[in-house]
Design a protein around this ligand. Structure first.
Ligand code: G6P
Ligand code: MG
Length: 218
């Protein structure tokens, strides 16, 4: 029986995936490195350093230059999330969080971002979640299962008792590797490996999710 839901943050509960994209785009433009929205799709859920490594490819940069670029991208990103308010919750997110709480289902955030706590505060949902696993929690990032396993542990649950909600291919892979049920939000090309694929959380109830995951409301 499912007792916990682990939500990715960026691109699932709020559209900060767009802000990450714009910050990377600005950095790539400044560096004269080709990059676009399409290329960014593969960076969803990927850590800051790994994202940068994929953007620079085989171009030669020193460690100091890489660190400066990560700082610069993060500066652009942090600037862009200052104005986030509860209005930046994506459609359906608040309703689902409230419904899960009322149903006694535990809720965790499982985000690779080191800025996750700040975003959660700005969104005003800190009191709606039982645990936060973020970019400081584990060494190995998605698609490794570690972050979600850590989130389950914080909730005091077995992986098999948890559902992961993700917008990233790397996140779905991480959820599957953790032995959890997975809900993918977005196009099938990105999240098609998930047990259930939905366009967004808009209008999605806990009962809907259970019936799609199990073929019947459990
Ligand atoms: C999330 C986002 C990624 C981002 C990563 C690290 O997984 O989906 O786009 O690169 O977090 O975020 P950070 O805020 O630590 O740079
Ligand atoms: Mg995401």
């Amino acid at each position: 029986k499912i007792q916990g839901v682990i939500f990715d943050l960026d691109g699932v509960l709020t559209d900060t995936a767009e802000f990450h994209y714009r910050a990377w785009q600005r950095l790539a433009d400044e560096e004269g490195i080709p990059f676009d929205r399409q290329a960014n799709e593969a960076l969803r859920g990927i850590s800051r350093r790994e994202s940068l490594m994929r953007i620079v490819g085989d171009r030669n940069y020193t460690e100091a230059q890489l660190e400066e670029m990560m700082e610069r991208k993060n500066r652009y990103y942090v600037e862009s999330i200052q104005d986030i308010t509860p209005n930046n919750l994506l459609p359906g997110a608040r309703e689902l969080l409230d419904e899960l709480r009322a149903a006694g289902i535990k809720i965790a955030i499982g985000s690779a971002s080191k800025n996750a706590r700040m975003v959660i505060e700005h969104l005003g949902i800190a009191d709606k979640v039982d645990a936060i696993a973020d970019g400081y929690s584990v060494q190995l990032s998605k698609p490794a299962p570690d972050l979600f396993l850590h989130a389950a542990e914080l909730l005091g649950l077995e992986p098999s008792q948890c559902v992961v909600v993700e917008d990233a291919e790397s996140g779905i892979e991480a959820g599957l590797a953790a032995g959890m049920l997975t809900v993918g939000l977005g196009p099938a090309e990105r999240v098609g490996k998930a047990h259930v694929v939905l366009p967004s959380l808009e209008g999605v109830t806990w009962e809907d999710l259970q019936s799609q995951l199990f073929g019947t409301a459990a």
